[in-house]
Design a protein around this ligand. Structure first.
Ligand SMILES: N[C@@H](CCC(=O)N[C@@H](CS)C(=O)NCC(=O)O)C(=O)O
Length: 194
């Protein structure tokens, strides 16, 4: 199955995704802004302002949905779910069980969401995506950073008082994630288990 990519704002339905040894290459993510509880980053944690896009087929996206659920943030951060299967047309909203349509932007394909954030975007169109409704753009599409924001910056709104990144475990949590998800060169990442 081939996968597509955005090039200068155009969806192209084929791309190279292997290195010279035939191994899958996972480039680093593009949108890396941060929400903070006090708004000092320029993006303040607020109820109803942010929306999460995932697929249940993606383990990276699932961890963001899991933390949203465990913290009790379902009423604070909205959720849309694309269909579990991806093909050369990108992630697509459907009507299969588990899908939740894009009630914020009304897109059919996830690449359309990326173009709303950046009309000239070039790169992979991946889940998860954390969307800022107020600024109409993508905050962040890196699951490791999204789960940290949900865990640490939204405590004023969270229904569950749980800390998933306690000080005494931070080193071992980071080391474990680094082992699974290793940078190989020039910002190119490869999932350790692939
Ligand atoms: N670094 C990202 C990786 C996300 C990722 O690779 N998602 C995959 C699904 S598991 C994806 O959307 N792939 C679509 C594509 O490569 O076109 C994260 O952890 O959030």
């Amino acid at each position: 199955m081939g996968l597509g990519i955005l090039k200068d704002g155009q969806w192209v339905s084929q791309r190279d995704q292997e290195d010279s040894e035939g191994k899958f290459i996972r480039p680093s993510t593009t949108f890396r802004n941060h929400i903070t509880s006090d708004g000092s980053s320029g993006l303040k944690a607020e109820a109803g302002r942010y929306h999460l896009y995932i697929s249940w087929a993606c383990p990276w996206a699932c961890r963001t949905a899991i933390i949203r659920q465990l913290k009790g943030l379902q009423d604070v951060i909205g959720l849309s779910v694309v269909a579990a299967e991806i093909d050369q047309n990108s992630w697509e909203f459907g009507d299969e069980p588990g899908c939740i349509p894009d009630t914020v932007n009304g897109t059919q394909y996830l690449w359309q969401l990326y173009l709303k954030a950046d009309p000239n975007y070039s790169g992979r169109v991946t889940v998860p995506v954390l969307w800022d409704i107020q600024n109409a753009t993508i905050v962040n599409n890196e699951s490791r950073e999204i789960i940290r924001m949900f865990d640490t910056e939204f405590n004023a709104f969270a229904k569950q008082n749980i800390n998933f990144y306690p000080q005494h475990l931070q080193k071992v949590i980071d080391e474990t994630i680094d082992t699974i998800y290793q940078p190989i060169n020039n910002g190119v990442y490869r999932a350790g288990f692939l």
